[in-house]
Design a protein around this ligand. Structure first.
Ligand code: AMP
Ligand code: MN
Ligand code: MN
Ligand code: MN
Length: 275
């Protein structure tokens, strides 16, 4: 059986590897089909496709869009998108503006609480890529402001942290529309990570279906096996397809390796069934 890994990041967003390094690592890990899904940007796709030509791996052009639903942030992966689509690219560039403005505010919040030059430090680590909280977390750990990555999020950057800045991302309907306009399939990324109760999750799946979404990421990196069974049943109940992805960012995070433990439970309809 082929291994599909339909969620991964490069250094064009908050990943550590270049698109080419990512493709080679995925291929070495036995991945047959890989989607590069950087946050709110598709700049790495061409290089990933070029690298994939020298391997047996098939590269799926993708993106992970930051969206807002019911006043909460959700991530929507777009698979098999046409990256030349204007509606998609205009939408993504508007989100990147919000992202840049938020990064300045995060820097100001940290500054007020005695942590200077965080915006500058995070920018240096991002090396020209769009700024993510991941870059701020790395800066804080390096400078000794947080003991580790998890604590940087828990104490400072996460939604209960001291320097959390609320952002209005794309409305969920817009994110789905941009992906559909670009000929892609919209997927709810890592549904287990939003800390939604079962009834809110059901509402999210229902709204997402009504808005033209295609699939749920039933299997996601570092998720419990029973969660996959639950999301598999929900995908079938809503008539949605099922996707699988590691959400790989960094070779140092061993628990989220490319291509590992991504097999879908029996009952679901794979998002790739008509590819
Ligand atoms: P942003 O899109 O800039 O808000 O940053 C979100 C990114 O931060 C996610 O894509 C993850 O890669 C990372 N992240 C979010 N929460 C945590 C956490 N608690 N621990 C480690 N990384 C996290
Ligand atoms: Mn990320
Ligand atoms: Mn995500
Ligand atoms: Mn991701």
């Amino acid at each position: 059986m082929k291994i599909y890994d339909l969620h991964s990041h490069s250094l064009h967003s908050d990943g550590k590897l270049t698109p080419a390094e990512l493709v080679l690592r995925a291929s070495a890990m036995g991945v047959d089909v890989l989607a590069l899904t950087d946050h709110d940007i598709t700049d790495g796709i061409k290089a990933a496709q070029a690298a994939a030509q020298d391997t047996p791996l098939t590269l799926v052009p993708g993106v992970e869009i930051s969206a807002t639903w019911e006043n909460r942030t959700v991530h929507i992966v777009g698979l098999n998108i046409d990256i030349s689509n204007t509606a998609l690219q205009t939408g993504l560039s508007s989100i990147r503006e919000h992202r840049a403005a938020r990064a300045i505010e995060i820097g100001e919040q940290l500054e007020k609480r005695g942590i200077a030059d965080a915006h500058e430090g995070a920018s240096r680590l991002a090396r020209g890529a769009i700024l993510s909280r991941t870059h701020f977390a790395e800066f804080m750990v390096r400078e000794g402001h947080a003991k580790d990555f998890n604590r940087a999020f828990r104490d400072w950057l996460g939604d209960r942290g001291k320097a959390f800045v609320k952002t209005r991302w794309a409305p969920l309907q817009d994110a789905i529309n941009w992906i559909n306009a670009a000929g892609g399939q919209a997927v709810i990324a890592h549904p287990g990570r939003y800390r939604l109760g079962k009834s809110l999750l059901k509402k999210l799946f229902g709204d997402f279906t009504d808005m033209g979404g295609a699939a749920i990421e039933v299997v996601s990196g570092s998720q419990k096996p029973e969660d996959a069974l639950y999301f598999a049943r929900e995908s079938v109940r809503h008539g949605l397809l099922a996707s699988a992805g590691s959400d790989f960012h960094d070779p140092q995070y061993r628990w989220r390796e490319l291509g590992r433990n991504l097999r879908l439970p029996e009952a679901c309809n794979p998002v790739w069934k008509d590819w």
